[in-house]
Design a protein around this ligand. Structure first.
Ligand code: GRF
Length: 200
C-alpha cells in the first residue's frame, strides 16, 4: 500500500445494532493517545438506536446506518462510502454479517475482523458474543484468546494477522472469560491494524 509521509490512514469501523462499541472506543483512544496517523473516517451501525450511534456522536465520528439484513443494496452503499471517503482499511468490530466476494474484490482494500477466541477454534456461523465464551467454558480450555484476521467471504476464516492467548484458568463462568478476553481485544486491535497498514 502506498503511503506518503503526510498521509493519514483512513479507516472505517463496521459494527452491528447490539454492539457496545467498546472496540471502536479502544481504537479511537489508542490512535489518539499515541498520536498515530490513523483516522476513523466513519463507522456504521445497523440501526439508529445502536449504542454505537451515541458513541460516535460523542467522539465526533460520522456514523451511517447500514442494515445488511434489511437493505439489499447495503454493499453498494458501503462501497460508495469507502470510495468517497478514500478509506484504506475496513475494521469489523462486532459486525455480524458476511461480506460477499464481489464486494471484497470491488472495494479492493483489506478488511480485518477481531474475534474473541483463538481461531480456528470457536469460529464460524453462530460463533459470536457469549456463544463463543460459553463454548470455551464448556470445553474446559484453560486458555482462550483474541484473533485478528483478514476477512474473506466466510465467517472467521481469512488469514490470521495477530493472535494472543489469554489465561482463563481462574475464570469461573463464561462471563468472566468474556471480560478477560475483551480487555485483551482492546489492547491488540489498534496496534495490529496500525502494524498491518504500515507493513503492507
Ligand atoms: C467483540 O467481542 C469482538 O471480538 C466481536 O464482537 C464484539 C464487539 O464488541 N467481533 P464491542 O461492540 O466492540 O464492545
Amino acid at each position: 500500500m502506498e503511503r506518503t509521509s503526510l498521509k493519514t490512514w483512513r479507516i472505517a469501523v463496521l459494527t452491528s445494532g447490539a454492539g457496545r462499541g467498546s472496540n471502536l472506543q479502544a481504537l479511537y483512544d489508542y490512535f489518539k493517545k499515541h498520536s498515530l496517523p490513523v483516522e476513523i473516517a466513519f463507522a456504521t451501525a445497523s440501526n439508529k438506536n445502536a449504542p454505537v450511534v451515541q458513541l460516535c456522536d460523542k467522539l465526533n465520528i460520522p456514523c451511517y446506518i447500514l442494515a445488511p439484513r434489511k437493505d439489499k443494496d447495503f454493499e453498494n452503499r458501503l462501497l460508495e462510502l469507502c470510495q468517497q471517503e478514500k478509506i484504506d482499511l475496513i475494521a469489523l468490530a462486532g459486525f455480524m454479517n458476511l461480506l460477499s466476494s464481489s464486494f471484497l474484490e470491488k472495494v479492493g482494500i483489506p478488511v480485518l475482523n477481531i474475534h474473541p477466541a483463538l481461531l480456528p477454534k470457536y469460529g464460524g456461523k453462530m460463533m459470536y458474543g457469549m456463544n463463543v465464551h460459553k463454548a470455551v467454558f464448556e470445553s474446559g480450555d484453560k486458555v482462550s484468546g483474541v484473533t485478528v484476521h483478514l476477512v474473506d467471504n466466510q465467517y472467521d476464516n481469512g488469514p490470521i494477522i495477530a493472535q494472543i492467548k489469554v489465561d482463563i484458568s481462574d475464570c469461573k463462568s463464561p462471563e468472566e472469560i468474556a471480560a478477560k478476553v475483551l480487555e485483551m481485544e482492546h489492547q491488540i486491535y489498534a496496534p495490529a491494524i496500525y502494524k498491518f497498514l504500515n507493513e503492507r
